[in-house]
Design a binder for this molecule. Structure first.
Ligand code: AMP
Ligand code: MG
Length: 422
C-alpha cells in the first residue's frame, strides 16, 4: 500500500501532454494553447478617439471654461471606420465619433458633453491636456509583441485578442480519448430492468461525466464480465485510447481479476492499494504504454479515485499545469470520528456563512451512497493520523465545483461569490 502522494507521483510520471491540434477559436476557450502568438500589427492600428466629441489642438483651448468658452470652426464630421479628410488647423475642430481616426493637426479630443454645438462652430467649455481621450496606435498590442504565450489557458479575453489579430484557428493540446469499462457479472445495461441480485451499471456514466467535465472524450466500452480472458481482450483493444479507466474487480474478492490481467498482459502494474478511504483498492498500470486505471467498483470510491488520480492525469495530457483541485480551510459543522491509518475523503457542502467557510457532510458516508457524492461540492480531507475532528474545528476541504478544465482552478472562489477570499 502506498500514500496518495506516491501514487500521484507514479501516475503523473507516466503521462505527457498530447500532440497539438488545430481548432477554430470558437472551440478554443478553456484549452491550452501550444503556440506562441505574436501580433502582426499594432492594435489599434492608428490613433483614434476614445469618446464622441471634438478633435482639436490643446493649445487652442488653453484657459477655456464654462464662463469663458473658446469658439472653434468645425471642419468636418469623422465617423468610425472613415478616414479624416482635412487637417485640423489653428482655431479649428473636427466632430469625431468614438473609434474614429484622429485627423492630422489635432492632438486632443474633448467630449461632446463639454461643448456646445452651433451650425458651423463649436463652443468648448473646458481646457484639456494634449493626448486626452486619444487612444494611441499600438496602445493595446504592439506589432511583433508576444501576446499569448504557449502553455496559456485560453480565456474569453484571449479569444477576443486572437480575433482582433485575424487569427481564426489556433493550435491547442488534444483532448485525451478515455476508454471506460465497467467490470462485474452483477451489472446490467442502463436500459435493462435488473433481475434480482443484479444492478445497473452506473459507474460508466459517472466516470464519463467526470471525464467530460475535465476536457476528456469518453469512449464507452460497456460492461466486461469477470473473466480474465475477456477482460484481457477488452483492455488490449482499448489501448488505442489515450487512457483506459476500468471500474470494479480490483479488490480481494474471488472474481476480482483486473489486477491479474494487468500483470499478465503487459506485466505493467505499477501499484495496487492507496492509503485512503474511500478508494483504497486502486490498481494502476499500463497496456502498450497506455495508462490503465483499475478503479474501485463502489460508486463513490470510483469517483473519489478518479478525482484524486485520473483527473490530474487527464489535465496534464491536455497541457494544463494547474492540475489539482484547489484546497482551503473550512470549519466543520459537526464532529467527525474515523480510525487512524487512512486519509479520508468525506463528501460535503462548503458554503460561505457569516465571514467563514463552513463544511457540512452530505449525510451517510458509505462508499455505496452515491447521493452523498451527488450533493457534494467538496471533500473534507481528514489526514491519516487524525481520529477525531471536533465540531467547529478547522478542516481542509478540496473544492469540486465551478471549474471546468484545469486552468480555471485559479478561481475557486467563484463558487462562493467571494473570489478574493480563496
Ligand atoms: P467490486 O470491487 O467489483 O467487487 O465492486 C464493488 C461493488 O461496487 C459491487 O458489489 C457493486 O455493488 C458496485 N459496483 C461495481 N461496479 C459497478 C458499476 N459499474 N456500477 C454500479 N455499481 C458498481
Ligand atoms: Mg466486481
Amino acid at each position: 500500500m502506498i500514500s496518495l502522494e506516491e501514487a500521484r507521483r507514479i501516475i503523473l510520471a507516466g503521462c505527457r501532454p498530447l500532440e497539438l491540434e488545430k481548432v477554430d477559436i470558437l472551440e478554443a476557450c478553456g484549452r491550452v494553447i501550444g503556440e506562441d502568438v505574436y501580433s502582426p500589427r499594432d492594435i489599434p492600428a492608428r490613433a483614434n478617439s476614445a469618446k464622441d466629441g471634438y478633435a482639436l489642438r490643446a493649445a487652442d483651448i488653453k484657459g477655456a471654461r464654462v464662463s469663458k468658452p473658446v469658439v472653434l470652426k468645425v471642419t468636418e464630421t469623422i465617423a468610425a471606420g472613415v478616414l479624416p479628410r482635412v487637417r485640423v488647423g489653428k482655431g479649428q475642430a473636427a466632430r469625431i465619433m468614438t473609434g474614429a481616426v484622429i485627423p492630422e493637426g489635432a492632438d486632443t479630443v474633448v467630449c461632446r458633453e463639454d461643448t456646445q454645438e452651433t451650425d458651423k462652430t463649436v463652443l468648448v467649455k473646458i481646457s484639456a491636456s494634449r493626448g486626452q481621450e486619444i487612444r494611441e496606435a499600438g496602445e493595446d498590442v504592439q506589432k511583433e509583441e508576444l501576446v499569448i504565450k504557449r502553455g496559456s489557458v485560453l480565456r474569453p479575453g484571449h479569444i477576443g485578442i486572437l480575433a482582433s489579430l485575424g487569427k481564426s484557428f489556433v493550435y491547442v493540446h488534444q483532448r485525451p480519448r478515455v476508454a471506460i469499462l465497467s467490470t462485474g457479472d452483477e451489472l446490467v445495461e442502463i436500459d435493462e430492468e435488473p433481475p434480482p441480485g443484479r444492478i445497473v451499471n452506473s459507474n460508466s456514466y459517472s466516470l464519463a461525466a467526470q471525464v467530460s467535465a475535465c476536457g476528456g472524450i469518453p469512449v464507452m466500452l460497456g460492461i466486461g464480465r469477470d473473466r480474465k480472458a475477456q477482460l484481457a481482450k477488452i483492455f488490449q483493444a482499448a489501448s488505442r485510447a489515450d487512457v483506459i479507466l476500468s471500474s470494479g474487480g480490483v479488490s480481494v474478492g474471488d472474481f476480482d481479476f483486473v489486477k491479474d490481467v494487468m500483470r499478465d498482459i503487459g506485466n505493467e502494474m505499477h501499484f495496487w492499494q492507496v492509503a485512503m478511504r474511500p478508494g483504497k483498492p486502486l490498481a494502476f498500470g499500463a497496456i502498450e504504454g497506455v495508462p490503465l486505471f483499475g478503479l474501485p467498483g463502489n460508486p463513490v470510491s470510483v469517483m473519489v479515485s478518479f478525482e484524486q488520480f485520473a483527473r490530474p492525469c487527464l489535465l496534464k495530457m491536455q497541457g494544463y499545469t494547474n492540475i489539482f483541485r484547489p484546497e482551503m480551510k473550512a470549519v466543520s459543522a459537526r464532529g467527525i470520528r474515523k480510525p487512524a491509518g487512512f486519509r479520508h475523503f468525506l463528501r460535503a457542502v462548503v458554503s460561505y456563512e457569516k465571514g467563514r467557510y463552513v463544511a457540512r457532510l452530505t449525510g451517510e458516508q458509505g462508499s455505496g451512497i452515491l447521493k452523498s457524492m451527488a450533493m457534494a461540492n467538496a471533500f473534507v480531507i481528514v489526514p491519516e493520523q487524525i481520529e477525531v475532528v471536533k465540531k467547529g474545528e478547522e478542516v481542509v476541504v478540496q473544492l469540486l465545483d465551478g471549474f471546468t478544465a484545469g486552468g480555471s482552478t485559479n478561481h475557486p472562489g467563484l463558487v462562493f461569490g467571494r473570489p478574493a477570499d480563496v
